[in-house]
Design a protein around this ligand. Sequence first.
Ligand SMILES: Nc1nc2c(ncn2[C@@H]2O[C@H](COP(=O)(O)OP(=O)(O)OP(=O)(O)O)[C@@H](O)[C@H]2O)c(=O)[nH]1
Ligand SMILES: [Mg+2]
Ligand SMILES: [Zn+2]
Length: 361
Amino acid sequence: MAAREWDESDVRVRPNKKGSRPRTKDRPDFKDAQTGRVITVDRGRYTAVVDEGLDTERTVLAVRARELRRTSIVPTDFVDLVGDVSGGPDSLARLVRVQERSTVLRRSADDTDPVERVVVANADRLVIVVAAANPEPRTGFIDRALVAAYDAGIEPILCITKTDLQEPTDLVGMYSYIDVPIVLSRAAENSAGPADQASSLALVSNAVGHLRELLDGHTSVLVGPSGVGKSTMVNALTGSVRATGAVNAVTGRGRHTSSSALALPLVGAGAASWIVDTPGIRSFGLAHVDSERIVEAFEELAPATADCPRGCTHRSGAPNCALDAWVAGGHAGPYGAQRLASLRALLGAEADREDKELGAV
Ligand SMILES: Nc1nc2c(ncn2[C@@H]2O[C@H](COP(=O)(O)OP(=O)(O)OP(=O)(O)O)[C@@H](O)[C@H]2O)c(=O)[nH]1
Ligand SMILES: [Mg+2]
Ligand SMILES: [Zn+2]
């Protein structure tokens, strides 16, 4: 990739004590900066792929410039690198700029946590991974991830794994009234029993193929609770050998086998198709999303709100909220009542947060 010109205005230089701009001779001159795609971050070290698709393609390890201390730099960020960008053993480059992002997927630890984390940058597909069983699926997680995807302008895909253990009839029914592709995956019949850290369980090829088709040409990120099979799926899609871990038989929880996010190229797809495997998360906090956006994510319910009284909160007991009659009239399908309950749970959590912010509680 050609080196691009840039100057110090690209870095947010903190004003010095006198508030004056740095003198010209102190300004960095990074004409030879190389563009890289960050694939993982580990203890302050950034791994980036440089010269993607060329004979000179290589991974470069970098530390960030002081000026970028407060910037989050995440997988599939495009960055400018200077210094030793050879990628040789013991080489260390300097990361001096984060390029503009097309999308930003955020989440907070919970709905009341004002600290937002950037999960991934520049992704245009969000694969929400849940297991049909072991661990049991929670619709609240799916709904929250859907809201986050729509809010970020990222297209969601629902991937239900472990359908060999349980038929996900209700889950499929519940999400078939919104415009989200559903991929059902399961272990291949001839798979060699439970997988361990070193070998990945074989999955049925039609599920992997279906997902690959949906992700072809895109930058995608997999999110889901620990133990649902994200890394197993990423291994099937990329041919890599990410560690996978058994789910605890007693708690039904995964072991948080993957500890950091990693971007991998998608095998068998077009150029520049990347997929990011992320560590399992228990919740998807939506502290940054307002209630209107939450309602929009419930596509089969949202049209009803046109008939709500002005200023309707749509929460349980809201006077004359049109959602109740809409669902009772069957307009949201057989799972309408459950979906409305889910929506109201999210709106309730959002209201609690507002109260807390206003100091009302
Ligand atoms: N029966 C069955 N087991 C599966 C399937 N997919 C994955 N597993 C198993 O589920 C366990 C967890 O898989 P991982 O891929 O490590 O899960 P993960 O989502 O990456 O978990 P974290 O990295 O902890 O977030 C492993 O023992 C897998 O072999 C499936 O379709 N069917
Ligand atoms: Mg994993
Ligand atoms: Zn309403």
